[in-house]
Design a protein around this ligand. Structure first.
Ligand SMILES: [Zn+2]
Length: 351
């Protein structure tokens, strides 16, 4: 009897210890205790313009572990990335998770509803340029601030998903943006390799000032949280291969972080991009691409042309550098100064 009592007491202590390692986590209106998946909203109150409610799911696994944030839909018509997280919410089994996953499948609701690329139609701003945000700013800034406080500060790692917008024919790629902190950078590099996309942009020109982080990934990285950005999907489509690549990427990073059982072998022989050579249009008119996403082009090669509204060719777009077409404009609408294509200049060796 005594032995049994002692065992029960020991079990209780162990049970309390386990609970202590995983207390309830609240993100917005979602509070999850160990073993729960809870949905809710991150409320962005009205300010100088209307408020919004950002959907969030907190999956709190039964075993302790880190907290990983998965975010999509900063640009509301990058559909493949949004659908990837919608599916992942349904596919993830909380019982399998060590630690916690915070999933925000659609940060920016207005452009999703209204089918507006690049910006939030409420204030005309991109929702991946104003981090860490501002509680007294316009909706984009207030939403960014809410994501900083509710998601970034409560996470240990972060993945921001994007893709080609409505007017962008994009081949999948990810970004690795080292911060100068060798230990953190080694982890984020491993995360990018585990994510598995075979084209990786080395991004060395990110802001170093936390108050002007601009990008969600930078906002997290500058808070010592290893992070990455990954893009797949193009021009309004939801292709299974793009969605699957993003879902598998997130799952593999979870395996790398020991949040899921199993291994995540790093992508073999990725193409590292050392610089992006952007091509902007010198005039307005009708755009005709002559290359496709993922093609390799040589410096000076014609990648498309513009006609006036009567069909007369008025400008030829040429590759400023040799490299891979990361994306090319997917629609005929073209205004002076807008992006025709981004060419990724291939690094001579892996960083
Ligand atoms: Zn985007």
């Amino acid at each position: 009897m005594r032995k049994r009592l002692a065992w029960i007491l020991l079990s209780c202590v162990l049970c309390l210890a386990a609970t202590a390692q995983q207390p309830a986590l609240t993100v917005g209106t979602a509070t999850a205790v160990t073993g729960q998946a809870v949905t809710g909203f991150i409320e962005v109150p009205a300010g100088s313009d209307v408020g919004t409610n950002i959907p969030v799911v907190v999956l709190r696994g039964p075993k302790p572990g880190p907290t990983l944030a998965l975010v999509a839909g900063a640009h509301g018509t990058e559909y493949a990335s949004i659908i990837a997280l919608e599916k992942l919410i349904q596919e993830l089994n909380t019982a399998d998770i060590s630690g916690t996953v915070i999933i925000v499948p659609l940060v920016n609701i207005a452009p999703f509803e209204q089918k507006v690329p690049h910006v939030n139609p409420v204030d005309g701003k991109s929702m991946n340029r104003f981090y860490p945000g501002n509680p007294n700013g316009t909706q984009t800034e207030r939403a960014s601030w809410a994501i900083t406080k509710q998601v970034v500060e409560k996470s240990d790692y972060l993945i921001d998903l994007h893709g080609g917008d409505l007017d962008e024919s994009l081949r999948p790629y990810s970004y690795w943006a080292p911060t100068g902190n060798a230990q953190q950078d080694a982890v984020s590099r491993d995360m990018v390799l585990a994510f598995g996309l075979d084209t990786i942009i080395l991004s060395t020109d990110r802001p170093r000032d936390l108050n002007a982080a601009r990008y969600l990934e930078t906002n997290a990285s500058l808070r010592q949280k290893p992070s990455l950005t990954a893009e797949a999907g193009h021009a309004g489509t939801v292709e299974p291969e793009d969605v699957t690549a993003l879902i598998n990427g997130c799952l593999n990073v979870m395996r790398y972080l020991k949040m899921l059982p199993g291994n995540a072998p790093p992508v073999q022989n990725p193409v590292w991009i050392e610089r992006i050579a952007g091509v902007t249009s010198e005039t307005s008119g009708v755009f005709y691409p002559t290359v496709k996403r993922g093609w390799y082009v040589q410096q000076g090669m014609k990648i498309g042309y513009l006609t006036d509204l009567f069909g007369k060719t008025v400008w030829e777009a040429r590759a400023p550098s040799s490299g891979v077409v990361l994306y090319v404009c997917a629609v005929p609408s073209m205004k002076k100064g807008e992006t025709v294509a981004n060419i990724g200049v291939v690094a001579s060796k892996a960083p």
